[in-house]
Write a protein that binds this ligand. Structure first.
Ligand code: TRP
Length: 373
């Protein structure tokens, strides 16, 4: 029996069927036609596009029409700072950086410290600490400081709040109840929050006093915010933002659901040492292998449910030929689970070594990224 899937920004459960979600949320499939339109401009396709890690969109065709007419878009995405950054977070941001480089566009990046304060049992001070820590990770991914603007909800309230209330006035309590499954025990800040996340998609238009198209790369659980706000944008005189949606990068313990920062002892953090990565992969990474080497050699493993294989596919093995070989070898039993884990540990540690170096340097760069009016 399938468990009913639930996908909201604060709860993901059940067996996720991405094809079903496209229908349920009313999105469009990221098909070959739209991919080839992207490729016309980017010359190559990012592995996350080729491999359908990004699998759906809204109004991307329209956004490309605009771009082709010389009407450049900006990118908007964000981070909810409630804990350390783990590998599951990185997909959207790595892809966003690729888009920034390929299209040469601005990125507006929101830190929803208000959200995490309102929704989590954490103090305001703790959330501020995570906001700072998470900024280091974002900067370490290599965004262009001249084209990237950080907005922190409680610090840039002067800019965001006047726009947020315009959304809030046009979204009813019953709409957010239905979209998010809110019950009457929700605090009143939670009910308001969607309007804060909707606002950055219009900020550049407000500042430039003209309409600028917006593209939002996000993980699918964030879509409900923009579904709720979607009809409000034109009512306020703006374009609806285009969106490109990614799947969840699976948690260490299995290919279902999404990696959560509240289970961070299990997730691989960007600050983990090589030893820690090795320990977590060996101990927790859900394997698609057979119980014994003999059986594995005979019957082969299942890469489709193997978490290490999924990490290589989502993040760490950009070479299609190499990935395919690993897939086939694991499936045939030629490649053992211990060997696949070894490959994955090496890849993750090579990535983290560079990331951690850049993360240290990022401390001096924060003020360059912070939006100043
Ligand atoms: N609410 C998101 C989170 O908890 C962060 C976020 C803010 C975001 N604005 C966004 C994510 C826009 C995607 C797109 O992670």
């Amino acid at each position: 029996m399938k468990k009913e899937m639930k996908v909201t920004p604060w709860e993901v459960s059940g067996d996720i069927d991405y094809g079903e979600l496209i229908k349920k949320f009313g999105m469009s499939k990221l098909d070959d036609n739209i991919l080839s339109r992207i490729k016309k401009h980017t010359k190559e396709l990012h592995p996350m596009l080729k491999r359908k890690v990004f699998f759906a969109h809204r109004d991307l065709g329209w956004l490309l029409d605009q771009y082709e007419k010389g009407n450049k878009f900006f990118l908007y995405t964000g981070c909810g700072p409630s804990g350390p950054i783990h590998l599951g977070h990185l997909g959207t941001w790595i892809f966003t950086k690729w888009l920034q480089d390929k299209f040469g566009v601005e990125l507006w990046f929101q830190f929803t410290d208000d959200e995490k304060f309102l929704f989590k049992r954490k103090s305001y001070e703790e959330i501020q600490k995570w906001t700072y820590e998470n900024m280091l990770d974002i900067i370490a991914l290599g965004f262009n400081p001249r084209k990237t603007h950080f907005l922190v909800d409680t610090k840039h309230a002067n800019l965001l709040y006047p726009e947020a209330i315009k959304f809030a006035k046009k979204i009813t309590f019953s709409t957010v109840k239905a979209a998010f499954g809110f019950t009457n025990d929700k605090n009143i800040g939670e009910i308001f929050f969607t309007s804060m996340q909707a606002a950055p998609a219009v900020i550049p238009s407000v500042l430039k006093k003209k309409n600028i198209p917006c593209l939002i790369p996000l993980a699918i659980d964030q879509d409900p915010h923009f579904r709720v706000a979607r009809d409000v944008y034109p009512k306020l005189g703006y374009y609806k933002p285009a969106i490109i949606h990614s799947r969840f990068i699976p948690p260490l313990t299995g290919v279902k659901g999404k990696m959560s920062s509240s289970e961070s002892s299990m997730a691989i953090l960007t600050t983990d040492s090589p030893k820690e990565v090795e320990r977590k992969i060996k101990k927790y990474a859900f394997s698609g292998g057979k119980d014994t080497t003999k059986e594995h050699r005979e019957k082969g493993g299942n890469p489709d449910i193997d978490v290490c294989f999924q990490y290589l596919k989502f993040l760490f093995e950009p070479d299609d030929k190499k990935l395919e070989k690993i897939y086939n070898d694991y499936k045939s039993g030629k490649l053992l689970t211990s060997e696949l884990k070894e490959i994955t540990i090496k890849k993750i540690n090579a990535f983290l070594k560079q990331h951690q170096k850049r993360r240290k340097k990022a401390k001096k760069q924060i003020s360059k990224f912070m939006y100043k009016d």
